[in-house]
Design a protein around this ligand. Structure first.
Ligand code: SF4
Length: 186
């Protein structure tokens, strides 16, 4: 059987989920239940849809984008297939910029070999649970306790701080997505 990732949503072009014009892959499933989470619809482990990683690779390569953001949900709950997917991107597009949001702390990721394998494929990690009482909503940091880790020289914290905080996306079928670290309210 081909490995799959459980996907919540795909976006072909965003400027509020990391530096530059990026594709975004929101993965389904999170067990942290942070109070005030903006994306509770991503929490169910049975939600979303399974997508073969070869299909996701074709999707991303077909976009001819150089940036990919992985968000959720909690991407690290799918560390094994996610590592396969990101490793394929690194082989096919070595200069791709990969940024990943995780509710796990950097220490928790380091302590788990599968999660750390995912981290080694990334240029930037944004880590830590969302804490509503420390809400920041800037520089890709939902709350002030969260941390930016630039793991390669591809991006700097200063560059990440310039990421727009919100964005309205309308796809070719007219579907609207409100996104960013401080998304507009409908
Ligand atoms: S880790 Fe992220 S997706 Fe999960 S509950 Fe917390 S804020 Fe929401």
């Amino acid at each position: 059987m081909n490995p799959t990732l459980r996907v919540h949503h795909l976006c072909e072009s965003s400027r509020s989920n990391g530096p530059g014009d990026r594709a975004v892959l929101w993965l389904q499933g999170c067990t942290f239940a942070c109070p005030g989470c903006y994306n509770p619809q991503t929490h169910s482990l049975q939600g979303g849809r399974p997508v073969e990683i070869v299909s996701l690779l074709d999707w991303f390569l077909g976009l001819t984008k150089t940036g990919l953001t992985i968000s959720g949900g909690e991407p690290m709950l799918q560390a094994e297939p996610l590592n396969m997917f990101l490793s394929l991107i690194r082989v096919n597009l070595p200069d791709a910029s990969i940024l990943l949001f995780s509710g796990f702390t950097r220490a928790e990721i380091c302590a788990d070999p599968q999660k750390e394998s995912v981290a080694r494929c990334c240029d930037v990690l944004i880590t830590g649970r969302y804490q509503a009482e420390q809400r920041l909503a800037h520089s890709l940091l939902g709350s002030a306790n969260k941390e930016i880790h630039c793991l390669t020289s591809r991006h700097t914290p200063e560059e990440i701080a310039q990421t727009p905080v919100s964005e309205i996306l309308i796809d070719s079928e007219g579907n609207i997505t409100l996104t960013g670290i401080d998304p507009l309210k409908w």
